[in-house]
Design a binder for this molecule. Structure first.
Ligand code: ZN
Length: 506
């Protein structure tokens, strides 16, 4: 009996150990290499004292926690308005910021404190295809090159679990920085397709200017920034009401008053805020440094007071990303494309960028400047068109609204622009475009599909992308938008556009 049992067990063990071997040799022939979504900033939580009773999520902190930590600001603001004592207010503000973000600080080599860690990502199921992408997240603070090494491990795991030799990327925002670092380190042999969606491939002006202390609050920019974020609330009546509120407070002069206070704050507290909180915390994060565009980079290192003696390890990480990845974008993208990987870049335009810096006039998706996300487009300032005497190298790449000239891009044929698209806010219309890109074995261009020319209008209400048109004036444009995508918010926006243009002409 024992003998029969042991023979039986031997057979079972033999089957168990050989089946995975057979399976591993067999490749999946579904024709759909797995898609890895290389996610944006904040995709991997940063945790203090993980696994202990003191476990705290440092990023992104829970809203309740932030409110609790910033509660002391309420009486401080009241006191400031009464006594104009900026230093007292500064004490409270700096203390709040340091409590919430202080533990994110990295050491002189760009490494985290031992008790501050980030969640790890591993593929969990073998399901793959257009409808099922793998999610790769990471610690946004760290060197993108280190995160690219983790992405490499993740790719190996995905290949093994799905029995594919190659994968496809959809990189979103900061994910593009990590994907570019990956391509620099490992090449593109394992990557069939890369889609870059709203990525700061050449940085973003808000980082460059913040790291150079170039702060400026512009009222018009601030109001545009506020109202353009409203449709993202996904609550049309609330968005509409807030829109009316923003316009009403403008008429009442409330914004002018508040901006006066904000300007005074900057004038009185900028040095202290940099020295006591921004520099000690944010100058130590290579992830954020990867957003600094080339024209701001060396002066930012000086302004943020990087110390070559105590931070040499950190500085060499920053320099490697900046000079070997960001500054070599052209070489990396062209090599990737020339070795048979299909490459697509998509960026938004005509949105107001973060209104706290002097570069508030750059057209953008609200976060990343179009010229940097597109790797080189020539763009008119927000709300304007390129000058009448502007010489375009190749008219085929000029947008119908004359806001963008894509002929100056690194990959002009493979770069798409979505008007009125907010940073990384995608809907079914985008996914359809991405699926067309993913499904094409050959490299597609902006001339290959009538449905998807280079310049597309974002229609959030109907979740579609349509070719950009030219309009005589703003009223005509808003009318076209409101009659096709009717929402309370769009109707109000149309009415205010009519009123404002009447006031201009009256
Ligand atoms: Zn497959």
């Amino acid at each position: 009996m024992k003998k029969i049992l042991s023979v039986f067990l031997c057979i079972v063990i033999a089957i168990c150990t050989t089946i995975p071997c057979f399976a591993q040799d067999e490749k999946c022939n579904c024709g759909e290499p797995p898609i890895i979504y290389v996610a944006a900033l904040g995709s991997g939580s940063v945790i203090r004292d993980a696994g202990t009773e003191n476990e705290t999520k440092l990023f992104r902190p829970e809203t309740g926690e932030v409110v609790k930590q910033f509660l002391p600001l309420v009486p401080a603001v009241a006191k400031l308005l009464a006594d104009k004592n900026y230093d007292d207010f500064g004490d409270v503000l700096i203390d709040c910021v340091n409590k919430v973000f202080g533990d994110l600080t990295l050491d002189g080599n760009g490494n985290s404190k031992p008790n501050v860690t980030s969640e790890e990502f591993h593929p969990e199921s073998a399901d793959h295809g257009l409808d099922h992408s793998y999610y790769f997240g990471y610690d946004f603070r760290l060197d993108p090159v280190e995160n690219a090494q983790k992405l490499h491990t993740y790719i190996e795991e995905v290949k093994e679990i799905t029995h594919h030799d190659t994968v496809r990327f959809r990189a979103s925002s900061m994910g593009g920085v990590v994907a570019m670092s990956y391509l620099k380190l490992y090449g593109s042999a394992d990557i069939e397709t890369v889609i870059f969606q709203c990525c700061p491939l050449q940085g973003t002006a808000v980082a460059g200017e913040l790291y150079n202390g170039k702060l400026e609050i512009n009222k018009d920019a601030l109001l545009r920034y506020g109202s353009q974020a409203l449709p993202a609330l996904d609550n049309d009546p609330v968005a509409g009401l807030l829109y009316i509120l923003i316009e009403a407070l403008e008429v009442a002069g409330v914004w002018d008053m508040l901006l006066g206070v904000a300007d005074d704050l900057i004038a009185n507290l900028q040095d202290r805020i940099y020295d006591e909180t921004l520099i000690p915390i944010f100058s130590t994060l290579p992830g954020i440094w990867s957003f600094v565009p080339d024209e701001y980079y060396e002066s930012a290192k000086e302004y943020m007071k990087l110390d070559e003696n105590t931070q040499s390890g950190l500085i060499s990480k920053l320099d490697f990303y900046h000079y070997e990845v960001q500054s070599k974008a052209e070489n990396i993208l062209k090599t990737t494309k020339n070795t048979g990987t299909t490459v697509y870049i998509l960026c938004g335009y005509n949105m107001q960028r973060t209104p706290l810096v002097t570069a508030y006039k750059e057209t953008s998706d609200g976060t990343v400047d179009t010229k940097y996300a597109s790797c080189g487009a020539t763009c008119a300032p927000i709300g304007e068109t390129l000058p009448a005497d502007y010489q375009c190298k190749d008219e085929r790449y000029l947008s119908a609204d004359r806001m963008i000239d894509a002929s100056t891009c690194i990959l002009p044929e493979n770069t798409w622009f979505v008007k009125d698209m907010l940073h990384c806010k995608v809907h079914d219309g985008h996914m359809e475009l991405y699926n067309w890109m993913f499904n094409s074995d050959e490299q597609m261009t902006v001339f290959d599909n009538e449905k998807y020319p280079q310049f597309l209008q974002n229609d959030v209400v109907n979740e579609q992308l349509t070719p950009v048109k030219n309009y005589e004036n703003n009223v005509q444009r808003m009318w076209d938008i409101v009659k096709n995508s009717t929402s309370f918010y769009n109707i109000l926006k149309f009415l205010f556009t009519v009123i404002k243009s009447y006031l201009v002409f009256a």
